[in-house]
Design a protein around this ligand. Structure first.
Ligand code: ADP
Ligand code: MG
Length: 220
């Protein structure tokens, strides 16, 4: 099952009267239970591609499908709804709110959802990533690896089909990064989640099922 698919995606930006073509006809798909890692030099178009895969931006040309559904012409409200229900994000800088506890940080993206017991689910997710004994800790009371595990739990609160991980090990030492990669591997194998990551980290590359190389807006 294809979780996300880009077909012939072109992305152009206008900046100061000049047009930059950041993606020049990119086609890519990510399946359930698969980790695809995107590598490429700075300026090659990785961020524009991840923004389109994450439904944070739309292509200038081409097609985007999520679970077989063509979302290319969705309004921004429709994209937001789809993003909430299908996609989780993990960033290099964790982006946890400093005054909230671990469990409150995990609950945060589900505040709009009144149909579920968010608190219990947040606790369950933190237990699953090995932080059952750190529920009430604030980010400054946690190590870098623990913060990233909180961020992973938070990304999973809405039960996404796709996890987008932008340099998820970028701020971590190799051992801690390895543990985060083991956790991502477990998620894809046990929960059958699709993962797209961007990295400069060769360790992360070695965990990928598929490595996609982007150079100057083109997949090599
Ligand atoms: P990467 O993530 O691989 O480093 P970039 O983010 O640098 O790629 O994007 C590739 C090109 O697209 C660059 O020339 C960059 O200036 C341009 N670009 C990316 N995002 C935007 C944006 N939001 N507005 C204007 N230009 C952008
Ligand atoms: Mg970038």
């Amino acid at each position: 099952m294809r979780v996300v698919e880009l077909e012939d995606v072109v992305k152009r930006y206008d900046s100061g009267g000049e047009t930059v073509e950041a993606l020049k006809g990119v086609s890519l798909h990510v399946d359930r239970g698969e980790m695809v890692t995107v590598v490429g030099p700075s300026g090659s178009g990785k961020s524009p591609m991840m923004n389109i895969i994450g439904l944070l931006d739309t292509p200038t040309e081409g097609t985007v499908r999520v679970e077989g559904e063509d979302v290319t012409d969705y309004t921004s409200d429709q994209l937001t709804e789809k993003r909430r229900s299908s996609i989780g994000f993990v960033f290099q800088a964790f982006h946890l709110l400093p005054m909230l506890t671990a469990v409150e940080n995990v609950e945060l993206p589900s505040m709009w959802d009144t149909t579920v017991d968010r608190h219990d689910r947040a606790i369950d997710l933190l237990e699953r990533v090995g932080l059952g004994d750190r529920l009430e800790h604030t980010p400054d009371q946690l190590s870098g690896g623990q913060r990233q595990r909180v961020a992973i739990a938070r990304a999973l609160i809405n039960e996404p089909d796709l996890l987008i991980a932008d340099e998820p090990t970028g701020n971590l030492d190799q051992t801690t990064g390895g543990k985060i990669l083991d956790e991502l591997t477990r998620l894809k194998e046990v929960e059958n989640i699709a993962i797209v990551s961007v990295t400069h980290d060769e360790q992360l590359e070695s965990y990928a099922d598929r490595v996609v190389r982007l150079v100057d807006g083109v997949i090599q």
